[in-house]
Write a protein that binds this ligand. Sequence first.
Ligand SMILES: [Zn+2]
Ligand SMILES: [Zn+2]
Length: 217
Amino acid sequence: MDDLILCIVCPVLRSKSSPRKPNRPHVCDGCRERLAVDLAAIGPAYADLDPAPVRGQSEILTRVFESKPPLNLNELSLEGPGLGTPRAILSTWCRSIAEDLGHELPPDSVAAMADWLGARLVRLCDEHEAVDDLAADIRQIAGELHVYERAAEKRGHSAGRCPRQRYDDGDPCNAPLACDPFDSRITCPRCGTSWDRDAGGWVKLRAAQLEREGVAA
Ligand SMILES: [Zn+2]
Ligand SMILES: [Zn+2]
């Protein structure tokens, strides 16, 4: 019978492969490691991407996720405000586990709750009956946050070189420009010239760059 016992989290985290042998009744080492990594990544990813303190405008979304359905960035939820958010999901798990284990609840922040779960992960993998459900929720949250992580990486996207002529010698400034998708203005870090997307500036910038390239060629 022993060889029939298989990891119950494998079907969640690596559903295309056959389940591995678990380490103590429930969960194999690979899935434990993956959960630990995901939990450790959730706090920092959420902190980086939660726009509420600085922005919180849905307008950002139409820009960044132009071809994607609108997401509720403030609540980081696909289901609606306050429902199925990383905070709500983690909070439900922490409450239930704290009660089971007789532990104190962590502070109600995504980072604190993810850390708290991470600190109890070995025991949860060894003992918790619904660790596969927990794994599914952690995977979902990590997946949602990776979406935003990628969007954040777009910040600082290269936007070519500054085409502005210098006053002294008439050569182009040529400093590398960066475009922040959360900002409508591209500003040259060297000469300070800026182009406002809303005023058609980005189109003019591109045209000037193409003209420069034409001159250089
Ligand atoms: Zn597994
Ligand atoms: Zn410049």
